[in-house]
Design a protein around this ligand. Structure first.
Ligand code: RIB
Ligand code: CA
Length: 313
């Protein structure tokens, strides 16, 4: 089967970096048409820089990287240096990128790509706030129906919030954008905290990254060593949750994941629950299903896949 054409929309972020590495290590499964940066974990200048650092870490400096929106649609930008460090990629000591940032705005790149490829053949993979994707849909409503699928990391139901008691970071940063995307009618697969909190980088798994003895393997081990502090302290987790790599792994091995087609709506009015993904997991409303909401994964299978693919870089 031909590799799936994808655009990765991202706010690197250590877990975004691992998701990108997994994609770039899997050309038989995913054809990365471009990477679009958005403000999120750290400001846009850093996410656009970090995306290029990761491409060069993967030995893929030809992947076009574009800068997108530098702030949410309506709200002030909230960043997460407390989780990802000042650079957004704290942990390994990686060289500044030499590959150029594309001149075209990320939103225009996504619009052009969707228009220039056959309808239903390009998948969007948002790993950060949904500002770029919502802006695409606002600027060019005609492209919504051309999207093959949106496979995104964001939201939570049973796990509730990681940035507020009610909301997950990606949705919380730009709830208006998330509302536009979830109401767009495009087919959506959601990787919420409910599943990503089961993808924990235990010491054994981190040791396996390091044992690869490669630049990428060691960098991933150092990234997750740094990144795990927040979740270990807050949740007492057994290691860093690999949120964003769940998106890439789903594209390669959807059989590793399970979930339900349900209705998901976004809180955009109450400050108390702003950005909450109100997921009708138990089907108590007659609101139409608009998303495949993933609740579980085969964690060992996920880490075997990730480690095997990282060994290729
Ligand atoms: O809540 C986790 C999500 O927020 C991940 O995508 C992480 O990279 C941050 O963007
Ligand atoms: Ca992210």
């Amino acid at each position: 089967m031909a590799a799936r054409k994808i655009i990765i929309d991202t706010d690197p972020g250590q877990d975004d970096a691992v998701a990108i590495l997994l994609a770039l290590a899997s050309p038989e499964d995913v054809d990365v048409l471009g990477i679009t940066a958005v403000a999120g974990n750290v400001p846009l200048d850093l996410t656009a820089k970090n995306a290029r650092i990761v491409c060069e870490l993967a030995g893929k400096p030809d992947v076009p990287v574009f800068a997108g929106c530098d702030r949410p649609l309506r709200r002030d930008l909230v960043t997460a240096e407390h989780v990802h460090g000042k650079t957004g990629l704290d942990g390994p000591d990686l060289p500044d990128p030499t590959m150029p940032l594309q001149v075209q705005h990320a939103v225009d790149f996504i619009i052009d790509t969707l228009r220039n490829h056959d309808a239903g053949t390009v998948t969007l993979c948002p790993l950060g706030p949904l500002t770029n994707i919502a802006t695409v849909f606002q600027k060019a409503p005609d492209v919504v129906d051309r999207v093959q699928e949106i496979v995104l990391m964001g939201g939570a139901y049973f796990e509730v919030g990681n940035i507020t008691p009610a909301a997950e970071f990606n949705i919380y940063v730009d709830p208006e954008a998330a509302d536009i995307v979830f109401k767009s009618g495009a087919p959506i697969v959601v990787m919420p905290l409910d599943v990503t909190h089961k993808a924990l980088v235990t010491k054994t798994r981190n040791d396996a990254f390091r044992a690869l003895g490669t630049g990428a393997g060691t960098a991933v081990a150092e990234m997750t060593d740094f990144f795990e502090r927040f979740d270990k302290e807050k949740y007492g987790s057994a290691g860093a949750p690999l949120h964003d790599p769940c998106v890439t792994a789903y594209l390669i091995r959807p059989d590793l994941f399970s979930g339900r087609h349900i209705n998901v709506e976004i809180e955009t009015t109450s400050e108390l629950t702003m950005g909450m993904t109100v997921a009708d997991w138990w089907g108590v409303t007659d609101r139409p299903a608009n998303a495949l909401f993933i609740g579980d994964l085969d964690a060992d299978g996920f880490f075997d896949l990730l480690t095997q693919r990282l060994a290729r870089l």
